[in-house]
Design a protein around this ligand. Structure first.
Ligand code: ZN
Length: 254
């Protein structure tokens, strides 16, 4: 993973901006613009915080500032009041912007792409699950990625698609871990009496086989899934844990 620096400045629980309603399952990542040019991430976070007395139902899980800083306002297992009917199934991200065009500057967009990649991997979603506020309600948000009198739907959609391509590139890059220090495949000896083979590198992935023969297997790629390092079997059968409890790495040529 690239280093993602998230500053936790959680809102005080209150019925208007942090109602602590459980967010049971996340299927979309919703992107917004703050609509208030040249304001900072912390100022927008404090605006949400002030709703505990100002009493508007408004908030967001994350706000990304003009230097690319990321502030988290709401935990990922609670809903925010940001994306109307999508609040119950989405994580929301507000982005700051320098002027009234609503165009994000590079630092902001870069952090947005990294945060989206991180969240999509966390919730096992794809770039097609990034949505605009516009897609939910037709609101021109984020403004620069929505059809307006300044830009056609084609132009707005192309901008949004270009952003999603950047996220896809980041996700691909994260997964291209070098296989072994030799830059190639390596052998592992299976230690336990039964080692599960998973469909993809995650403890929640379906089990597609079990190794029971304490044999030597060839691994052609490594990848982190959760906190576990996984190895892709050369046979194409799937992925096994490379934990030292389960396998012993053997030298090339063995
Ligand atoms: Zn919005």
């Amino acid at each position: 993973m690239s280093t993602l620096n998230i500053e936790q400045k959680l809102l005080t629980p209150n019925k208007y901006s942090r109602p602590q309603i459980p967010l049971k399952s996340v299927t979309k990542i919703a992107v917004h613009y703050v609509g208030n040019p040249n304001t900072s991430a912390i100022a927008n976070r404090n605006y949400f915080e002030s709703q505990k007395t100002a009493r508007r139902y408004v908030s967001s899980h994350f706000i990304i500032g003009l230097q690319g800083e990321i502030i988290q306002c709401i935990p990922l297992d609670e809903i925010s009041y940001c994306t109307n009917k999508a609040n119950v199934y989405s994580v929301s991200i507000e982005c700051c912007h320098p002027d009234s065009t609503g165009k994000f500057i590079d630092a902001t967009e870069r952090s947005l792409a990294e945060l989206c990649a991180y969240l999509l991997e966390k919730f096992r979603l794809g770039t097609g699950d990034i949505i605009r506020h516009y897609d939910v309600t037709g609101k021109q948000c984020p403004l620069y990625w929505s059809p307006t009198k300044y830009q056609s739907a084609e132009v707005a959609n192309a901008r949004f698609e270009a952003f999603k391509s950047k996220v896809a590139a980041l996700m691909k890059g994260d997964k291209q871990y070098e296989a072994a220090e030799s830059g190639g495949s390596f052998g592992v000896k299976v230690l336990g009496s039964a080692l599960n083979i998973r469909k993809y590198p995650s403890l929640t992935a379906p089990i597609v086989g079990v190794i029971t023969d304490n044999g030597v297997y060839t691994v052609i790629a490594e990848e982190y899934g959760g906190s576990v390092l996984w190895g892709k079997l050369k046979s194409g059968a799937g992925w096994i844990s490379l934990g030292s409890k389960y396998v012993q790495k053997i030298r090339e040529g063995n």
